[in-house]
Design a protein around this ligand. Structure first.
Ligand SMILES: Cc1cc2nc3c(=O)[nH]c(=O)nc-3n(C[C@H](O)[C@H](O)[C@H](O)COP(=O)(O)OP(=O)(O)OC[C@H]3O[C@@H](n4cnc5c(N)ncnc54)[C@H](O)[C@@H]3O)c2cc1C
Length: 406
């Protein structure tokens, strides 16, 4: 450790909390600033619950532009695009299109896999140290494909056959019998037995509890702001009052974009809206394994006695009110895939904004301000990448590794 420092983290979502937990355990004095009534109420609240360490390939890939046209023309499509008179949206989309090639996808997927797997190992250490009560399980993850050509391409992409294998439709149903009704429509599946699930909000709560037990930690409720200061540093304020700190880490999810603006930082973040439902399925329907229905881009995770279903990528609306038509689309996709999933009540519709970079790679880096670091842009994988990102941040804080990500 390069000396004990007072560090302020802006944002009490899964990214800010994992960073706080990592850094306080290094001996630093941590203040976490959260503007909400509680931690974990924004993108980290009711996400898909997938710790899908081996499925981290970015959305931007070769062929995505062609496939996207098909998605956008399909009624009730899980992907929707509304173009706006918003230069930020156009810049983001252009950068996304530029990242849609095989080489960039492979390079970025390797960065994400590295972050993900380092985080999986560390989470085990945290769990052994007593971090619990977030419905964590390691049931493995099964990605189901209905289209033969897409399944074959996915099967060819397996790089670690010891940890990921291609399955026939019969084998898929043997791994997860809840999806037996889908068997005639399946081309095959990819199974990663070591992938995990958990409830992201409960994980945030578990971290808050563990942090509260650390003498070097405090949680401050208030709205943080950043402005340029003297000597190449930035200045932090909380509810308009100056706030002294050695180092500040911006981890405010999508709001980081607006927080960076007064500093002249143009963070390439865009909110990709998604939805989830939390149901009590009919008996025998709750999947044990975490499942992705690839063709519909719907994920299913059993969290305790509940089923969390998450889906939809809506580009062009950055507000979080659930749209009743999109919820109806999601319920229709689920009912056609896993009848009985919506059966026994509770539905708890939720919408959130994935704080996405065009490349899918988060930004974990120093800035031109000596006292400001970034940990933002975790998109669709923030839960999965949170612990690995915190480890990388720790290296940067310690000066042990200054290689930026993103
Ligand atoms: C539908 C959906 C499904 C998903 N499924 C998965 C999944 O299965 N697996 C996975 O790995 N990821 C998933 N994700 C992605 C994941 O949820 C996000 O990447 C992650 O939650 C982002 O965390 P964050 O901490 O960066 O942002 P947030 O959770 O949004 O936290 C940011 C925090 O900063 C606070 N804040 C903002 N501005 C200020 C300010 N000025 N001062 C103080 N505080 C401030 C906010 O109040 C908020 O609490 C999903 C996302 C969605 C929307």
């Amino acid at each position: 450790m390069a000396g004990r420092r007072t560090i302020t983290i802006i944002g009490g979502g899964v990214i800010g909390l994992t960073a706080a937990y990592t850094l306080v355990r290094e001996g630093h004095e941590i203040t976490l600033i959260e503007r909400g009534e509680d931690i974990g109420q924004e993108a980290s609240f009711a996400n898909g619950g997938q710790l899908s360490y081996r499925y981290v390939s970015p959305l931007a890939d070769a062929g995505v532009t062609r496939d996207a046209l098909g998605w956008l023309l399909r009624p009730h499509s899980p992907i929707a695009l509304r173009l706006r008179a918003d230069p930020g949206q156009w810049r983001w989309l252009l950068a996304f299109l530029l990242a849609c090639n095989r080489r960039t996808n492979r390079e970025n997927a390797a960065i994400l896999l590295d972050l993900a797997l380092s985080g999986q190992t560390e989470l085990q250490v945290w769990r052994n140290a007593g971090l619990e009560d977030f419905l964590w399980r390691r049931p493995g993850k099964l990605v189901l494909y209905r289209t033969a050509s897409i399944f074959r391409k996915a099967a060819r992409s397996i790089t670690d056959p010891a940890r990921q294998r291609a399955l026939s439709p019969t084998e898929c149903v043997a791994v997860e019998p809840a999806f037996a009704g889908l068997q005639p429509r399946l081309a095959g599946g990819l199974f990663s037995p070591e992938d995990e699930v958990g409830d992201c909000f409960l994980f945030c709560k578990a971290l808050r509890k563990a942090l509260a037990a650390q003498p070097g930690f405090r949680l401050v409720r208030g709205t943080a702001g950043l402005t340029p200061g003297m000597g190449g540093r930035c200045t932090v304020s909380v509810d308009g009052q100056p706030f002294e700190t050695d180092l500040v880490i911006l981890a405010a999810g999508l709001a980081s974009r607006a927080l960076g603006r007064p500093l002249g930082l143009d963070l390439p973040l865009y909110g990709l809206k998604g939805y989830s439902l939390t149901t009590r399925p009919q008996p025998g329907i709750l999947p044990s394994v975490s499942v992705t229905d690839y063709d519909n881009r719907v994920v299913y995770a059993g969290l305790g006695d509940r089923l969390r279903v998450a889906a939809m990528v809506d580009i062009g609306t950055e507000e979080t009110t659930p749209d009743p038509r999109r919820l109806a689309d999601l319920r229709a996709l689920v009912a056609a895939t896993l009848p009985g999933a919506l059966g026994q009540g509770e539905d708890a519709p939720w919408a959130g904004l994935r704080p996405a970079t065009p490349t899918g790679v988060p930004i974990i880096a120093r800035t031109r301000y000596d006292n400001l670091l970034l940990n933002v842009g975790h998109g669709a994988l923030g839960f999965t990448l949170s612990v690995g990102s915190a480890l990388r941040l720790k290296e940067i804080v310690a000066g042990a590794d200054d290689r930026a990500i993103g």
